[in-house]
Design a protein around this ligand. Sequence first.
Ligand SMILES: Cc1ncc(C[n+]2csc(CCOP(=O)(O)OP(=O)(O)O)c2C)c(N)n1
Ligand SMILES: [Mg+2]
Length: 357
Amino acid sequence: MGLSVLIFTQINKNIFTFGTLNLNVNYSNTYMLYSKDTLIKLYRTMLRIRLVEESLVEPINTGDIKTPVHLYSGEEAIATGITASLTKSDYVFGNHRSHGHYLAKGGDMGKMVAEIYGKESGCSRGRGGSMHLIDPEKGVMGIVPIVAGTISLALGAALASKIRKDNRVTVSFFGDGATGEGVLYESLNFAALKKLPIIFACENNLYSTHLPIKEIRVNDNIYETAIPFGIKCLRVDGNNVLDVYDAGKIAVEKCRIGEGPYFIEFLTYRFRGHVGPDDNIQGSHTDIRPIEEVEKWLKKDPITHLHDVIVNEKIATNSEISKIHDEVKKEVEDATSFAFKSEYPKPSELLKYVYKE
Ligand SMILES: Cc1ncc(C[n+]2csc(CCOP(=O)(O)OP(=O)(O)O)c2C)c(N)n1
Ligand SMILES: [Mg+2]
């Protein structure tokens, strides 16, 4: 096989592209740039997100899970690849589709599943559900379903880090739908002005709810969004965890040394519905996405891609990979049984954490 080199090209002062350059050289050690530990960690993290989410499908369909659940299946490489370069004390902020951001940053799986089942032992004490995950000790500072709602919170966290000189980097995860909200542009301007250590990570899965992106944007150019603000922009294949990892590493390192902010557009696709396993509109299965498009993206499964790299490059044996699968399945079973065994909040305490003046 040829040698693939990940390239980071500066097109002009602010536009960078990121991609794979295939050289016609007979090397098979394409992936020697990554340690075995790194590749296995990336694989395990993506698998943890996928398997725990797939375990939610049946209980969502039976109605045992009451909270709306936006599955991240298909997009795991983004949260996994970026957070791999973050430390425990760095911050992430997310949106309605944030199981992956929470888990990849170190959030506890049992507390997440318990939260989804509305239990007191959940990370938001069962009051928030799937779209309100939090774990400040792990740097998961806020996951909120208001589209673009946490971008300004992430900005504030990055400003605090700059003032305190605490060396933290903040990642603000949001969807392509958030590019229609004014707060994004105010935040980009302020982040650029103050040179804040923040990465704006736009997960472009080509749809906002059921609206195709071409119906809400004139051009397919989200990655250029931050150029007028003087922010470095990248566009990355969000289904290739190694590309995401490399882009994340550069952006995190630059933010860490005061050369932020960064804006990265990740091209990706959700494997399941907007909310729930299928695209249920008024209760019927109505995925309005063209079947050819869905099939094309299913072939770009980020987990299968990394699995093939690991196997083809003989980075791990089949039995090592099976062991990872077994361990992750066990973790999902333990998380589920922790949630089942936990109590619901007491009805008398339902208003306990509600803000009152
Ligand atoms: C301010 C606001 N407007 C509308 C909604 C309803 N809503 C929930 S998710 C969503 C689309 C989000 O699309 P995108 O940001 O691309 O994220 P994706 O679901 O594709 O991951 C909308 C409009 C909302 N939650 N908040
Ligand atoms: Mg979207």
